[in-house]
Ligand binder design. Sequence first.
Ligand code: ADP
Ligand code: MG
Length: 695
Amino acid sequence: MVTALESSLAVPLIQLRALDKYYGGAHGAPRAQVLQDIHLSVYAGEFVAVVGPSGSGKSTLMHILGCLDKPSAGQYLFEGQNVSLLNADELARLRREAFGFVFQGYHLLAENTALENVQLPAIYAGMGEAARHARATTLLTQLDLGKRLQHRPGQLSGGQQQRVSIARALMNGGRIILADEPTGALDSRSSEQVMVLLRQLAQAGHTIILITHDAKVAQQAERIVEIRDGRILSDSAAASDTCVQDPPKPAACPESWTSNDGAHAVKGVPPVPVMPVLQAPSQSQLQSHHPPDHNSNVFRAELREALRMAWRGMRMNAVRTGLTLLGIIIGVASVIVMLAVGEGSRQTVMGQMGAMGSTIMYMGSSFPPAGGPRGQLSEADLEALAALPELQHVMPVIGDPIIVRYANAARQNYVYAAAAVMPEVHHWKVKKGRYFTASEDRGLAPVVVLGHKAWKFFFPDMDNPLGRQLLIGSASFEVIGIMSERGADSGLQDYDDMVFIPYQAGRARVYQAQTQPDYVVVQVRTSALVLQAEQSIRTELLARHGGREDFSIGNAAARLLAEAQARDSMTLMLGLIAAVSLLVGGIGVMNVMLMTVSERTREIGIRVATGARQRDILRQFLVEALLLTVSGGAAGVFCGIVIGILLLLAGVPLIFSLTAILGAFFCAVITGIVFGYVPAKNAARLDPVRALEAR
Ligand code: ADP
Ligand code: MG
């Protein structure tokens, strides 16, 4: 009768059934069979040596066993479960929880210290930082590398590097150690040490699959599987492949590798002075039975790892990084400065338009260019113009210096005769009293409104001159209001010095000689209509004047509007140029990332072998691209603002826009994601076996 324990022990840890592996075959490449009809069962706790000459398929077998490669045919059962049914993430998890790889070439990350190299698998397994650090330190110390924690692989001997890689294999438990020619590159003494270590691990309950071409090395295993030309020639424990009633070692119970008490440490084997007892890993430290995929801790640890690696990569290739950054910086800074300059000059023009009144046009009669008498703008003309739909107001103006007096005060004063809409047209308010009305204008009412300075001149001591009679020329006008102070904003003429009378009263009582207004102020309904309004006025007057162009229209508003539009399109063009330079910066990022990925192919292979998922690799390279563009973007914002301030100090009108600054920055960041994605995706898709074989 078979007990539950015995039947669970009877399931091999690893079982290969009729396994084949070909290379080539596709795209007309010659098909080479590397593994042929492999049947192999390995039980927990076994120490198996796979021995065979070079090229016999050992490494290929190991890659398949370690889930770095897939068989072409046949089955691979891990603890009875068909591995071909696992997806990429599950395979990654199996790799990091079950396997520890030891390679002939060590495959350590050259830029990382021994301590960091050992910790790598635990980062992907989600072990907390402190626990990870402590365990890696313990492992390295036990492997006699306690004084080499901070050394990089280049500063370690071959034997030391191989021990670092063994410590890394043990980091997540190393339930199954897959060692491919671990002594192949070592001197005899270091080889000896590594072999003793592997034997100790086997004694401690680890399952060891040792691959070697050296029969002497293989002799140290408990079981030897001979392989030649992709076929298994002999198996010293052939019975275990077929006879399930014969589980190999009771010591190799599945729990043994997880226990924390050292009970399965070396027993019965002569102690080796250099190698202390190895403790099995602690399950609570390892967290390997909690799905770490949704663990924010893992995410943060990986992010930190990715940032650290990115920072290192940037520093290592300082010149290349600097040039790429320069591209981004120029792009971002120029977007910011160009848009600020554009906005500044636009605002300047708009400011001018505001000061002049963006809807105001001036017109008057003139001599026609074709010759002939000066034109006449009649009352009927003005009424016709007032009826045009584009126009809000049509305000005829007559103005001249006239002798004005009150009591003893007298002077030549500019007398402005215009329609009642004057305050509205000039956006001007009455301070005291009131302005005259349109009906007063029509009724030739003899009333006058004083500018601020004129009030002070004629009525220096009189707070309220309303109701007083002012003598303008020879006519008497009653003061009915005082305009608010306007300030010297209107060029040559000082409106504050003037007095204002109704147009009709002015023509009848002051300017009797005038047959027409000096000029006409036209207010267009909206600034968008100024050009159209000018056209309508021209058409109307030409029709009324028999086709003679005996008038002129001063359309400052239209000129300014055109200028503002020209500057708008210039801003757009500058912005486009700047955006293109940002794009060029982005292409630089992509270029650098593609180079980085191809330079670090082996690193990617190592990461995958230690349990990184595709998305971990993708994330790492995206983080690198992002770090590049975020720092470039930030530096670009800084430079843009500094350049802008210098330009401001040099007198260039310039207005920073927060939208442009944030926009440029986020464009840079998005550029990093977009242009970093393809290289990162390439990295994540790399075949781990090919990647490991890269230089
Ligand atoms: P070993 O590790 O025993 O020296 P390998 O497993 O590395 O042998 O290689 C076994 C055979 O497979 C060799 O003949 C080798 O040339 C061939 N091989 C290995 N990798 C590839 C590959 N990617 N494409 C084609 N042939 C390969
Ligand atoms: Mg090999």
